[in-house]
Design a protein around this ligand. Sequence first.
Ligand code: NAD
Ligand code: TDX
Length: 339
Amino acid sequence: MAEAFEPKNIIVTGGCGFIGSNFVHHVVNEHPGVHVTVLDKLTYAGNPENIAGLPEDRVELVVGDICDAELLDRIVPGHDAIVHYAAESHNDNSIANPEPFLRTNVEGTYCLLEAARKYDVRYHHISTDEVYGDLALDDPARFTEETPYHPSSPYSSTKASSDLLVRAWHRTFGVRATISNCSNNYGPYQHIEKFIPRQITNILEGIRPKLYGDGKNVRDWIHTDDHSSAVWTILTKGVIGETYLIGADGEKSNIDVLRAILERMGKDADDFDWVRDRPGHDRRYAIDSTKLRRELGWRPKHTDFSEGLDQTIAWYTEHRAWWEGAKAATEAKYAAQGQ
Ligand code: NAD
Ligand code: TDX
C-alpha cells in the first residue's frame, strides 16, 4: 500500500450527476476538513438539486465544461486532486448520437489531464467495466485488471479511449494518476433513462416496463454508496499508475431484476413489454475486485441487493418531483427507437 494521500481541496467533475453527487455527499459526511469544488456543465443528466443543502463552506458549484481549458486554468490551481466523473454516460444515447461522447469523454479527459500535468495535481479517473467488452453467460471468468480492452459501443469505446489517455499521461508526463473501472451502479438520483429507475418510474406512471432482447443479459450491480467508498479508498491509498476494478459480486440477469421490481411494486411477473434489442448489446459484465480488497482493504457494505432495491423503489416513490419533469421526453425518445 502506498503512503496515504490526504487531500484537502478537491475538484469533482460531474458532481451533479448520479454517481458524482453521491461521492460529494460521501466526502462531506465522512471526511470533515475536505473542501469540494464541483465542476459540472449541467447537461440533461446534471441536477444541482442532487447536492443542494450541503454546507456552503464545504462545497462550491462551478457550472462549466471540462473541455474549457481557460476555465480549468482559473479553477485547478490551489486544488490538490481532481476526481473525474463527468461523462456522457448512457449507451443508448451514444448509439443515437455519438458526437457528444467523443467530445466530453475523450476531449474532456484530455483537457483535465493537461490541467493536472500543468498544475501537478493528483488525478483519479472514473471508468467502467464496459471497456473490457462482454463475457458469455456460461464463461466462468470475470474481468480483472489484466483483461484486454474490447469495447463494443460508442460510449464504452470513448471511455476506453479516455483510460488510455490517462495511462499515457502518467507514463510520459508523470501525472499522478489512478483509474477505477466499476460495474453497474444503482441507488437514488440515477437518471430515469437507465434500466432500474426507468422501470420503477414506468410502474409509478402506469406505463409497462420495457425489457430489451431476451432479457438474459447480465449486469453486476453495486450500490453507488459502495462505489463512492471505493473511490475514496483508491484516491487516498491507491498506488500511482495503477488501475483498480470495483465490484460487489452482484451479477443478475435483467429479467430477474425486472421481476424483482414488479414483485415489490405489486405487479404480475409478466406485466412488462419485450422491446427491440440494443444494437451491439453486451451480454454479460462481471467484476473480480480482489486487487482492491486485498491490496487496499476495501469492502462493500450494501451486499443485500433486495434491501437496496427496496430503498431505491421507496426513493423514486417519495421523490416524484425530482424525476417527473423528465419522464415524458425520456419515454418519447425511447418510443421513437422502438424501445
Ligand atoms: P450521469 O450521466 O448521471 O452524470 C454525468 C454528469 O456529468 C452530469 O452531472 C453532467 O451534467 C456532467 N457532464 C456531462 N458532460 C460534461 C462536461 N462536458 N463538462 C462538465 N460536466 C459534464 O453519469 P453517472 O451515471 O453518474 O456516471 C458518472 C461516471 O461514472 C461516468 O464517468 C461513467 O462513465 C462512470 N460509470 C458509471 C456507471 C453507472 O452504472 N452509471 C458505472 C461505472 C462507471
Ligand atoms: O429500458 C431498458 N430495458 C432494458 O432491458 C433499459 C434502459 C435497459 N435495458 C437493459 C440494457 C442493459 O442490459 O438493461 C441493462 C442495463 O442498461 P443501462 O441501465 O442502460 O446500463 P448499461 O448499458 O449496462 O451501462 C451502465 O453501466 C455501466 C451505465 O449506464 C454506464 O454508464 C456504465 O458505464
